[in-house]
Write a protein that binds this ligand. Structure first.
Ligand code: IPE
Ligand code: IPE
Ligand code: MG
Length: 230
């Protein structure tokens, strides 16, 4: 069967999901967060090793202070409340993004959940918070230069070891809500990913929707520049 190690999800459409119901955007974020909890467990049950999710982009600071504050509070609440559950389910929680610019209580909640789950082996839950793909490349480049390695020997695969987290490339990238763009998410790691853009808003993207996505993935023909599927 075709390899599927690393799934990435751009969780989009929380605001529109709420608006459709005459509710404030914050309600959509809350439901999106609850959905992520259930969906992540389901995805790891399918044997997927790495799940990367886009929680907050470096550009999302352009939103109103009220929305940014709501989201940051939601992250703290989520990491604290769900800590034990991820620990028990043997899932390792890790983060990517710039720490500068994040509130102290957010950083503390991130550190607590990643420290408490660091020895888990049943799946890697990779949360991208204050994350931008272009900054990740810049930050990796700085590390490469500081390491003093011979730049002429650097391969694309080796370069990835300098990213925020050392993860395999993305096999399958899903963006919910019908938008068809990457919005600066894991640009380098998505070089050979298959893309899937369901119209469903993220709070409604449940395990059934994920099964449909998997069907699409397994129908795809990945060639990696060659002629035959690998
Ligand atoms: C995604 O939903 C969540 C974040 C970006 C934090 P949006 O908030 O972007 O929802 P829409 O796109 O406005 O519907
Ligand atoms: C991307 O969604 C960021 C996250 C899902 C966290 P946005 O809603 O911020 O992206 P744009 O503004 O539509 O490109
Ligand atoms: Mg959006």
């Amino acid at each position: 069967m075709k390899e599927l190690k690393h799934v990435a999800i751009i969780m989009d459409g929380n605001g529109r999901w709420a608006k459709k119901r005459g509710m404030p955007r914050s309600f959509g974020h809350k439901r999106g967060s609850e959905n992520l909890r259930k969906l992540s467990f389901y995805i790891f049950e399918q044997g997927i090793e790495v799940l990367s999710v886009f929680c907050f982009s470096t550009e999302n600071f352009r939103r109103s202070q009220e929305e940014v504050d709501f989201l940051m509070n939601l992250f703290v609440e989520k990491f604290q409340n769900e800590f034990e559950e991820y620990k028990k389910k043997n899932i390792k929680v890790i983060f990517s993004g710039r720490r500068e610019g994040l509130r102290q209580d957010v950083l503390e909640a991130m550190d607590a959940i990643s420290e408490g789950t660091k020895d888990n082996t049943g799946g890697i839950f990779h949360l991208c918070l204050n994350y931008g793909g272009q900054y990740e490349v810049i930050d990796a480049m700085k590390k490469v230069v500081a390491s003093g390695i011979d730049l002429d020997t650097l391969t694309p695969e080796e370069f990835m070891h300098y990213f925020y987290q050392d993860l395999p490339p993305i096999d399958f990238m899903i963006r919910t809500s019908g938008e068809k763009r990457l919005s600066n998410f894991m640009l380098y790691q998505a070089s050979y990913a298959e893309f899937y853009f369901p119209d469903t808003y993220f709070p409604d993207f449940d395990s059934n929707e994920f099964d449909k996505a998997l069907d699409v993935y397994y129908e795809r023909d990945r060639r990696f520049g060659g002629i035959k599927e690998q």
